[in-house]
Design a protein around this ligand. Sequence first.
Ligand SMILES: [Zn+2]
Length: 418
Amino acid sequence: MRRFPHQELRVDADRLIERMRALEAFGRNDAGGIDRVAFSDANIEALDWVAGHLGAAGFQVGIDLAGNLIARKAGRDASLPPLMFGSHIDSVPGGGNFDGQVGSMAALEVATRLAEAGHRTRHPLEVAIFSNEEGGKTGSRILAGEFLPFEVDVQTASGYTIGDGLRRLGGDPDRLVDARREPGSIAAFLELHIEQGAVMETDGIDIGLVEGIVGIMRWNVAVDGMTNHAGTTPMDRRQDAMVGAARFIDMVHRTARGMPGRQVATVGRLAAEPGVPNVIPGRVVLSLEIRDLSMDGIERVFEAVRARSDRIARDAGVTFAFQRFYTSRAAPTDPRIRDLFEASARELGLVSRRMPSGAGHDAQSIALLAPVGMIFVPSIGGISHSPEERTEDSDIVNGANVLLRTLLALDERGLTGD
Ligand SMILES: [Zn+2]
Protein backbone atom coordinates (compact mmCIF):
# COMPACT_ATOMS: atom_id res chain seq x y z
CA MET A 1 0.00 0.00 0.00
CA ARG A 2 1.17 3.52 -0.82
CA ARG A 3 2.69 5.38 2.08
CA PHE A 4 1.21 8.71 3.01
CA PRO A 5 2.77 11.70 4.72
CA HIS A 6 2.83 11.75 8.50
CA GLN A 7 2.43 7.99 8.58
CA GLU A 8 4.71 7.89 11.59
CA LEU A 9 2.66 10.42 13.54
CA ARG A 10 1.45 9.13 16.94
CA VAL A 11 -0.70 10.68 19.63
CA ASP A 12 0.93 12.03 22.80
CA ALA A 13 -0.04 9.22 25.18
CA ASP A 14 0.76 11.15 28.37
CA ARG A 15 -1.28 14.16 27.35
CA LEU A 16 -4.23 11.98 26.30
CA ILE A 17 -4.32 10.15 29.63
CA GLU A 18 -3.74 13.38 31.57
CA ARG A 19 -6.78 14.90 29.85
CA MET A 20 -8.83 11.77 30.52
CA ARG A 21 -8.09 12.30 34.23
CA ALA A 22 -8.77 16.04 34.02
CA LEU A 23 -12.17 15.54 32.37
CA GLU A 24 -13.12 13.06 35.09
CA ALA A 25 -13.21 15.97 37.54
CA PHE A 26 -16.32 17.42 35.89
CA GLY A 27 -19.24 15.79 37.68
CA ARG A 28 -17.20 13.37 39.79
CA ASN A 29 -19.34 11.63 42.43
CA ASP A 30 -18.62 9.89 45.72
CA ALA A 31 -18.76 6.44 44.11
CA GLY A 32 -15.76 7.28 41.92
CA GLY A 33 -17.90 7.60 38.81
CA ILE A 34 -19.49 10.68 37.29
CA ASP A 35 -22.81 12.45 37.20
CA ARG A 36 -22.35 14.51 34.07
CA VAL A 37 -25.81 14.17 32.67
CA ALA A 38 -26.63 16.22 29.60
CA PHE A 39 -27.51 19.88 30.28
CA SER A 40 -26.19 19.81 33.87
CA ASP A 41 -23.69 22.41 35.08
CA ALA A 42 -20.99 19.73 34.99
CA ASN A 43 -21.81 18.99 31.34
CA ILE A 44 -21.61 22.68 30.41
CA GLU A 45 -18.36 23.25 32.33
CA ALA A 46 -16.80 20.17 30.70
CA LEU A 47 -17.81 21.40 27.25
CA ASP A 48 -16.19 24.77 27.98
CA TRP A 49 -13.02 22.97 29.01
CA VAL A 50 -12.95 20.89 25.79
CA ALA A 51 -13.71 24.01 23.73
CA GLY A 52 -10.73 25.79 25.30
CA HIS A 53 -8.35 23.01 24.25
CA LEU A 54 -9.76 22.82 20.73
CA GLY A 55 -9.47 26.58 20.40
CA ALA A 56 -5.85 26.38 21.51
CA ALA A 57 -5.29 23.81 18.72
CA GLY A 58 -6.44 26.40 16.18
CA PHE A 59 -9.99 25.18 15.73
CA GLN A 60 -12.97 27.52 15.41
CA VAL A 61 -15.22 26.31 18.18
CA GLY A 62 -18.95 26.85 18.41
CA ILE A 63 -22.18 25.31 19.61
CA ASP A 64 -24.60 24.55 16.79
CA LEU A 65 -28.38 24.94 16.99
CA ALA A 66 -28.66 21.33 18.24
CA GLY A 67 -26.35 22.00 21.19
CA ASN A 68 -23.46 20.07 19.64
CA LEU A 69 -19.97 21.40 20.21
CA ILE A 70 -18.52 21.66 16.69
CA ALA A 71 -14.88 22.67 16.17
CA ARG A 72 -13.80 23.40 12.62
CA LYS A 73 -10.51 23.82 10.87
CA ALA A 74 -10.08 24.57 7.16
CA GLY A 75 -8.31 22.08 4.92
CA ARG A 76 -6.02 22.60 1.91
CA ASP A 77 -8.87 21.91 -0.51
CA ALA A 78 -11.85 24.16 0.20
CA SER A 79 -14.03 22.22 -2.26
CA LEU A 80 -14.00 19.06 -0.09
CA PRO A 81 -16.63 18.33 2.55
CA PRO A 82 -15.29 17.98 6.11
CA LEU A 83 -14.05 14.84 7.82
CA MET A 84 -15.91 14.67 11.13
CA PHE A 85 -14.79 12.78 14.24
CA GLY A 86 -15.83 12.80 17.88
CA SER A 87 -18.23 11.32 20.42
CA HIS A 88 -20.06 12.59 23.54
CA ILE A 89 -19.11 13.67 27.07
CA ASP A 90 -22.48 13.46 28.80
CA SER A 91 -23.03 10.48 31.10
CA VAL A 92 -25.90 8.50 32.51
CA PRO A 93 -26.69 9.38 36.16
CA GLY A 94 -24.09 7.54 38.27
CA GLY A 95 -22.11 6.65 35.15
CA GLY A 96 -18.47 5.92 34.51
CA ASN A 97 -15.52 7.87 33.18
CA PHE A 98 -15.08 6.12 29.83
CA ASP A 99 -18.36 5.89 27.90
CA GLY A 100 -18.16 8.71 25.33
CA GLN A 101 -15.25 10.28 27.17
CA VAL A 102 -12.63 7.98 25.61
CA GLY A 103 -13.77 8.86 22.09
CA SER A 104 -14.03 12.56 22.90
CA MET A 105 -10.58 12.78 24.49
CA ALA A 106 -9.07 10.73 21.64
CA ALA A 107 -10.62 13.13 19.13
CA LEU A 108 -9.26 16.10 21.09
CA GLU A 109 -5.81 14.49 21.16
CA VAL A 110 -5.87 13.78 17.41
CA ALA A 111 -6.86 17.40 16.76
CA THR A 112 -4.13 18.66 19.10
CA ARG A 113 -1.45 16.36 17.69
CA LEU A 114 -2.19 17.37 14.08
CA ALA A 115 -1.98 21.04 15.03
CA GLU A 116 1.25 20.48 16.92
CA ALA A 117 2.80 18.64 13.97
CA GLY A 118 1.74 21.47 11.68
CA HIS A 119 -0.12 19.01 9.48
CA ARG A 120 -2.77 20.66 7.35
CA THR A 121 -5.23 18.07 6.04
CA ARG A 122 -6.75 18.14 2.54
CA HIS A 123 -10.26 17.99 3.96
CA PRO A 124 -11.62 20.49 6.45
CA LEU A 125 -11.82 18.86 9.89
CA GLU A 126 -14.75 18.95 12.30
CA VAL A 127 -14.54 17.67 15.85
CA ALA A 128 -18.05 16.96 17.16
CA ILE A 129 -19.08 16.47 20.79
CA PHE A 130 -22.75 15.57 20.45
CA SER A 131 -25.41 16.80 22.87
CA ASN A 132 -27.44 14.50 25.12
CA GLU A 133 -26.28 11.18 23.72
CA GLU A 134 -27.34 9.27 26.80
CA GLY A 135 -30.79 10.84 26.81
CA GLY A 136 -31.63 9.66 23.28
CA LYS A 137 -28.83 10.82 20.92
CA THR A 138 -30.48 14.24 20.71
CA GLY A 139 -27.71 16.21 18.98
CA SER A 140 -26.82 13.67 16.32
CA ARG A 141 -30.47 12.85 15.62
CA ILE A 142 -31.25 16.53 15.12
CA LEU A 143 -28.42 16.76 12.55
CA ALA A 144 -29.85 13.72 10.75
CA GLY A 145 -33.42 15.08 10.79
CA GLU A 146 -34.62 12.18 12.96
CA PHE A 147 -35.63 14.24 16.00
CA LEU A 148 -39.39 14.62 16.51
CA PRO A 149 -40.87 17.99 17.57
CA PHE A 150 -42.58 16.61 20.70
CA GLU A 151 -39.20 15.55 22.10
CA VAL A 152 -38.30 19.14 23.09
CA ASP A 153 -40.79 18.77 25.96
CA VAL A 154 -39.34 15.47 27.21
CA GLN A 155 -38.00 15.73 30.76
CA THR A 156 -34.36 14.70 31.17
CA ALA A 157 -32.28 13.43 34.10
CA SER A 158 -30.88 16.97 34.55
CA GLY A 159 -34.33 18.25 35.56
CA TYR A 160 -34.58 20.34 32.39
CA THR A 161 -36.65 19.49 29.34
CA ILE A 162 -34.64 18.75 26.21
CA GLY A 163 -35.70 22.15 24.81
CA ASP A 164 -34.54 24.08 27.89
CA GLY A 165 -31.42 21.94 28.06
CA LEU A 166 -30.48 22.73 24.46
CA ARG A 167 -30.90 26.43 25.29
CA ARG A 168 -28.58 26.03 28.27
CA LEU A 169 -25.90 24.56 26.01
CA GLY A 170 -26.29 27.40 23.51
CA GLY A 171 -28.58 25.69 21.01
CA ASP A 172 -32.00 26.85 19.84
CA PRO A 173 -34.90 24.39 20.13
CA ASP A 174 -37.09 26.69 18.01
CA ARG A 175 -34.79 26.34 14.99
CA LEU A 176 -33.92 22.66 14.97
CA VAL A 177 -34.92 22.26 11.33
CA ASP A 178 -32.08 24.67 10.46
CA ALA A 179 -29.66 22.51 12.46
CA ARG A 180 -29.97 19.63 10.00
CA ARG A 181 -27.07 18.66 7.80
CA GLU A 182 -27.56 17.67 4.19
CA PRO A 183 -26.75 14.08 3.25
CA GLY A 184 -23.39 14.22 1.46
CA SER A 185 -22.24 17.36 3.28
CA ILE A 186 -19.88 15.36 5.51
CA ALA A 187 -17.11 13.34 3.81
CA ALA A 188 -17.06 10.73 6.58
CA PHE A 189 -17.58 10.41 10.33
CA LEU A 190 -15.28 8.42 12.63
CA GLU A 191 -16.07 7.47 16.23
CA LEU A 192 -13.99 5.65 18.81
CA HIS A 193 -15.93 4.21 21.76
CA ILE A 194 -15.53 1.67 24.54
CA GLU A 195 -16.98 -1.76 23.80
CA GLN A 196 -19.30 -1.85 26.86
CA GLY A 197 -19.14 -5.64 26.59
CA ALA A 198 -16.56 -8.27 27.51
CA VAL A 199 -15.91 -9.98 24.18
CA MET A 200 -12.72 -8.05 23.36
CA GLU A 201 -11.11 -8.54 26.76
CA THR A 202 -11.98 -12.24 26.80
CA ASP A 203 -10.66 -12.86 23.30
CA GLY A 204 -7.60 -10.58 23.51
CA ILE A 205 -8.73 -8.07 20.88
CA ASP A 206 -7.16 -4.56 20.88
CA ILE A 207 -9.43 -2.89 18.34
CA GLY A 208 -13.03 -3.81 17.54
CA LEU A 209 -13.97 -2.99 13.94
CA VAL A 210 -17.65 -2.17 14.29
CA GLU A 211 -19.58 -3.64 11.37
CA GLY A 212 -22.68 -1.70 12.27
CA ILE A 213 -25.05 -0.77 15.00
CA VAL A 214 -27.72 -3.40 15.31
CA GLY A 215 -31.34 -2.79 14.38
CA ILE A 216 -34.00 -3.51 16.98
CA MET A 217 -37.62 -4.63 16.65
CA ARG A 218 -39.97 -5.17 19.57
CA TRP A 219 -43.38 -6.80 19.73
CA ASN A 220 -46.07 -7.26 22.31
CA VAL A 221 -47.12 -10.88 22.16
CA ALA A 222 -50.58 -11.75 23.53
CA VAL A 223 -50.98 -15.42 24.48
CA ASP A 224 -54.66 -16.24 24.89
CA GLY A 225 -56.06 -19.39 26.50
CA MET A 226 -58.93 -19.76 28.91
CA THR A 227 -59.22 -18.56 32.50
CA ASN A 228 -60.47 -21.37 34.74
CA HIS A 229 -60.45 -22.84 38.24
CA ALA A 230 -56.98 -24.07 39.23
CA GLY A 231 -58.43 -26.81 41.45
CA THR A 232 -61.32 -28.27 39.46
CA THR A 233 -59.99 -28.18 35.88
CA PRO A 234 -58.21 -31.45 35.02
CA MET A 235 -54.78 -31.15 33.51
CA ASP A 236 -55.89 -32.47 30.11
CA ARG A 237 -58.65 -29.88 29.77
CA ARG A 238 -56.63 -26.74 30.29
CA GLN A 239 -55.86 -23.91 27.92
CA ASP A 240 -53.16 -22.41 30.09
CA ALA A 241 -51.75 -19.20 28.61
CA MET A 242 -48.79 -19.35 31.02
CA VAL A 243 -47.79 -22.78 29.74
CA GLY A 244 -47.98 -21.44 26.17
CA ALA A 245 -45.87 -18.44 27.23
CA ALA A 246 -43.29 -20.64 28.96
CA ARG A 247 -42.86 -22.80 25.86
CA PHE A 248 -42.72 -19.67 23.73
CA ILE A 249 -39.91 -18.10 25.80
CA ASP A 250 -37.79 -21.23 25.60
CA MET A 251 -38.50 -21.54 21.87
CA VAL A 252 -37.42 -17.91 21.24
CA HIS A 253 -34.12 -18.58 22.98
CA ARG A 254 -33.49 -21.80 21.05
CA THR A 255 -34.49 -20.25 17.74
CA ALA A 256 -32.12 -17.29 17.99
CA ARG A 257 -29.36 -19.55 19.23
CA GLY A 258 -29.87 -22.19 16.61
CA MET A 259 -29.80 -19.95 13.53
CA PRO A 260 -26.51 -18.99 11.88
CA GLY A 261 -25.46 -15.38 12.60
CA ARG A 262 -25.11 -13.21 15.69
CA GLN A 263 -28.74 -12.21 16.18
CA VAL A 264 -30.08 -11.98 19.72
CA ALA A 265 -33.67 -12.40 20.90
CA THR A 266 -35.09 -11.68 24.33
CA VAL A 267 -38.36 -11.94 26.22
CA GLY A 268 -37.85 -9.33 28.92
CA ARG A 269 -41.33 -8.62 30.20
CA LEU A 270 -44.28 -10.81 31.09
CA ALA A 271 -47.67 -10.23 32.71
CA ALA A 272 -50.23 -12.93 33.44
CA GLU A 273 -53.96 -12.33 33.87
CA PRO A 274 -55.61 -12.50 36.26
CA GLY A 275 -52.29 -13.18 37.98
CA VAL A 276 -53.42 -15.04 41.09
CA PRO A 277 -52.27 -18.46 42.42
CA ASN A 278 -55.61 -20.25 42.19
CA VAL A 279 -56.65 -19.31 38.64
CA ILE A 280 -55.33 -20.77 35.38
CA PRO A 281 -54.08 -17.71 33.48
CA GLY A 282 -56.29 -16.94 30.50
CA ARG A 283 -53.96 -14.36 29.05
CA VAL A 284 -50.26 -13.60 29.15
CA VAL A 285 -48.78 -10.56 27.48
CA LEU A 286 -45.04 -10.65 26.94
CA SER A 287 -42.45 -8.70 25.01
CA LEU A 288 -40.30 -10.05 22.21
CA GLU A 289 -37.19 -8.16 21.16
CA ILE A 290 -34.90 -9.16 18.28
CA ARG A 291 -31.63 -7.40 17.34
CA ASP A 292 -29.39 -7.96 14.34
CA LEU A 293 -27.04 -6.09 12.06
CA SER A 294 -29.52 -6.47 9.20
CA MET A 295 -33.24 -5.80 9.26
CA ASP A 296 -33.70 -8.88 7.02
CA GLY A 297 -31.96 -10.93 9.69
CA ILE A 298 -34.45 -9.68 12.27
CA GLU A 299 -37.34 -10.58 9.96
CA ARG A 300 -35.93 -14.07 9.43
CA VAL A 301 -35.76 -14.74 13.17
CA PHE A 302 -39.25 -13.33 13.63
CA GLU A 303 -40.70 -15.53 10.87
CA ALA A 304 -39.10 -18.61 12.43
CA VAL A 305 -40.47 -17.64 15.86
CA ARG A 306 -43.93 -17.12 14.43
CA ALA A 307 -43.93 -20.45 12.58
CA ARG A 308 -42.85 -22.32 15.70
CA SER A 309 -45.40 -20.50 17.85
CA ASP A 310 -48.13 -22.03 15.65
CA ARG A 311 -47.01 -25.48 16.78
CA ILE A 312 -47.02 -24.42 20.45
CA ALA A 313 -50.47 -22.91 19.96
CA ARG A 314 -51.87 -26.23 18.71
CA ASP A 315 -50.25 -28.26 21.48
CA ALA A 316 -51.18 -25.94 24.35
CA GLY A 317 -54.64 -24.87 23.11
CA VAL A 318 -53.71 -21.18 23.06
CA THR A 319 -53.31 -18.50 20.42
CA PHE A 320 -50.49 -16.05 19.79
CA ALA A 321 -51.02 -12.52 18.48
CA PHE A 322 -48.03 -10.30 17.62
CA GLN A 323 -48.09 -6.53 17.59
CA ARG A 324 -44.91 -4.67 16.69
CA PHE A 325 -44.47 -1.47 18.70
CA TYR A 326 -40.85 -0.39 18.18
CA THR A 327 -38.34 -0.36 15.34
CA SER A 328 -34.83 1.08 15.30
CA ARG A 329 -33.11 0.74 11.94
CA ALA A 330 -29.76 -1.01 11.75
CA ALA A 331 -26.89 1.30 10.76
CA PRO A 332 -24.11 -0.49 8.91
CA THR A 333 -20.70 1.16 8.93
CA ASP A 334 -18.93 1.85 5.63
CA PRO A 335 -16.89 -1.21 4.55
CA ARG A 336 -14.17 1.01 3.02
CA ILE A 337 -13.63 2.84 6.32
CA ARG A 338 -13.68 -0.50 8.13
CA ASP A 339 -10.88 -1.70 5.83
CA LEU A 340 -8.87 1.46 6.55
CA PHE A 341 -9.34 0.98 10.30
CA GLU A 342 -8.29 -2.65 9.93
CA ALA A 343 -5.16 -1.71 7.97
CA SER A 344 -4.27 0.99 10.53
CA ALA A 345 -4.59 -1.47 13.39
CA ARG A 346 -2.47 -4.06 11.57
CA GLU A 347 0.24 -1.51 10.73
CA LEU A 348 0.35 -0.52 14.41
CA GLY A 349 0.76 -4.19 15.38
CA LEU A 350 -2.66 -4.42 17.02
CA VAL A 351 -5.10 -7.32 16.98
CA SER A 352 -8.46 -6.36 15.51
CA ARG A 353 -11.72 -8.14 14.88
CA ARG A 354 -14.99 -7.27 13.16
CA MET A 355 -17.95 -7.12 15.52
CA PRO A 356 -21.46 -5.69 15.78
CA SER A 357 -22.42 -2.97 18.24
CA GLY A 358 -25.34 -4.06 20.37
CA ALA A 359 -25.69 -0.56 21.84
CA GLY A 360 -26.75 2.63 20.07
CA HIS A 361 -24.25 5.40 19.27
CA ASP A 362 -24.18 8.82 17.60
CA ALA A 363 -22.56 7.19 14.55
CA GLN A 364 -25.90 5.48 13.97
CA SER A 365 -27.62 8.83 13.30
CA ILE A 366 -24.73 10.28 11.31
CA ALA A 367 -24.86 7.16 9.08
CA LEU A 368 -27.96 8.74 7.52
CA LEU A 369 -25.79 11.66 6.33
CA ALA A 370 -22.36 10.23 5.63
CA PRO A 371 -20.25 7.08 5.47
CA VAL A 372 -19.36 6.26 9.07
CA GLY A 373 -16.63 4.19 10.66
CA MET A 374 -16.47 3.09 14.27
CA ILE A 375 -13.96 1.28 16.46
CA PHE A 376 -14.14 -0.11 19.97
CA VAL A 377 -11.51 -0.46 22.67
CA PRO A 378 -11.96 -3.07 25.44
CA SER A 379 -14.01 -2.51 28.59
CA ILE A 380 -12.52 -4.25 31.62
CA GLY A 381 -14.95 -6.93 32.75
CA GLY A 382 -17.43 -5.66 30.18
CA ILE A 383 -18.84 -3.23 32.77
CA SER A 384 -20.41 0.04 31.60
CA HIS A 385 -22.88 2.70 32.76
CA SER A 386 -21.39 2.21 36.22
CA PRO A 387 -18.66 3.78 38.38
CA GLU A 388 -16.86 0.43 37.85
CA GLU A 389 -16.51 1.17 34.12
CA ARG A 390 -12.80 0.94 33.14
CA THR A 391 -10.56 0.83 30.09
CA GLU A 392 -6.78 0.41 30.26
CA ASP A 393 -4.71 3.50 29.44
CA SER A 394 -2.81 1.53 26.81
CA ASP A 395 -6.05 0.58 25.07
CA ILE A 396 -7.16 4.22 25.00
CA VAL A 397 -3.83 5.21 23.45
CA ASN A 398 -4.05 2.37 20.90
CA GLY A 399 -7.54 3.44 19.91
CA ALA A 400 -6.47 7.07 19.52
CA ASN A 401 -3.53 6.06 17.32
CA VAL A 402 -5.79 3.96 15.08
CA LEU A 403 -8.17 6.91 14.88
CA LEU A 404 -5.34 9.30 13.95
CA ARG A 405 -3.85 6.99 11.34
CA THR A 406 -7.19 6.21 9.76
CA LEU A 407 -8.19 9.86 9.65
CA LEU A 408 -4.94 10.69 7.83
CA ALA A 409 -5.35 7.77 5.41
CA LEU A 410 -8.92 8.81 4.70
CA ASP A 411 -7.82 12.39 4.20
CA GLU A 412 -5.04 11.45 1.77
CA ARG A 413 -6.74 8.70 -0.21
CA GLY A 414 -10.40 9.57 0.08
CA LEU A 415 -12.98 6.82 0.13
CA THR A 416 -12.68 5.88 -3.51
CA GLY A 417 -8.91 5.48 -3.23
CA ASP A 418 -8.28 8.54 -5.47
ZN1 LIG B 1 -21.56 6.31 24.64
